[in-house]
Write a new protein. Sequence first.
Length: 522
Amino acid sequence: MEFKNIADLQKASSRGQKEIFKLGMGLLFVLAIMLYTTINLEVSGTQGSILIIAAMIAGYMAMNIGANDVANNVAPAVGSKSLTMTSAIIIAAVFEMMGALVAGGDVVSTIRGGIIDQKLITDGNRFIWVMTSALLAGALWLNFATMVGAPVSTTHSIVGAVLGAGLAAGGINVVNWPVMGGIVLSWVVSPLLGGLVAAGFLYWIKRSITYQSDMIAAAKRTVPLLIGIMSCAFTTYLILKGFNKIWKVEFLTASVIGVVIGVLTWLIVRPLVNLRAQSIEPNKAGINSLFTVPLIFSAALLSFAHGANDVANAVGPLAAIVDTVIQGSVSTKADIPLWVMIVGALGISLGLTLYGPKLIRTVGGEITELDQMRAFCIAMSASLTVIVASQLGLPVSSTHIAIGGIFGVGFLRERLKTQYARMIEYIRMHHSGEDKEMVEQFLLKFSQADMASKKLILKQLKINAAEVLLSKKERKKMKRVYREELVKRSAVYKIFAAWIITVPASALMAAGIFYLVSLTGK
């Protein structure tokens, strides 16, 4: 017992030291921001102090984005064991920073997403406190969500925070309610679209490869085509979402370029896949190995696009504060200075490195079991859904799309497993009383058959054998018996609950912070 207690104490001490190290690194980053802004920015007085505080909060916000939101880009690759945790964090951190610094920081609205009408908040100091309160509230909510292991939308967090602070500062008329209605719509649209697209791709892979009698030949035909489609989707996605600051093109142009790159990729990959397919086992594990390299590329590209787009969630309000302090008035647009972009880029990468593994494990393995094929479908969903939704004018969240994709492949697996179990039971019932060995041989033949042969076998059984008469109650009971739950329901409930309360929770926190600041100012 004594040795066991000592071992437990050592483990607890080791965990405590790691947490202290993480906290210390975060504090050093925030202190470095404070020193930089104090020494290098030529501002003084109350607004100068507020700017320094806002910069520190923006760094804290960026770290929380890295800890929570970036997990969605690499978690499927980690969950499918295509990448180790360490390599995934390195790839994500590097490409997030590249995306933020190379292609991020386009001119952003000083009021995130047009949530509130800045014309109704003309006082510069009041506006600065609205943005500061929003930054702090959004960061605190993300911190809490990360602690409980709930992946939430950082966009929704900052939008809700701006909404709450704006309401506290300017009243109900200051809110752009149609925009808020679109955000509420995205709660439903994003996960549904993500789930349907991911499930659709997985069903296609199963029908065209794993349900075929010759999986190797089927993979040679289908895998290069899938990689070509992925290349097309990611090229279009990066042009529209990743490089929109340095290269603005229309959707049609981006799509044509994507198709060209996709066709070239298909031509290049096809002989490589044929060569690789000759050395793999003719089973699901062998087929899965063909998707490993595409998954690594998808993790890098999704991280780059995320850094280019979502860095504004961390530093957009800070850019608005900097612009207001320098210009002396509230403006509708604000360029993001380079130092502000660096704060966002470094903060996201640091937050991912220190606290990202927890959410990566949750998203990659605690919702449903992922392999390379399923993770590939989720990555495809993340890129295609954003492209389609943006062209339809639907407000979507990349976080919700990715999690929706995981739910989609998990629930599809549940349905297919249940259907297969019922088919097996149907065969057993029609061979009741026959030799057990013959029945097992027949079931083996059925399991190895392709989809068309399975349908033919079941059709012949129905023709040649009498239907087993079951009551409606007995049929429902049988469905429950053979239903497999492959998606962890507690994770589903926790994530959906976090999604629903993100905007109101961050709004209430921001309003409370603004009121406290107002009382202190008085």
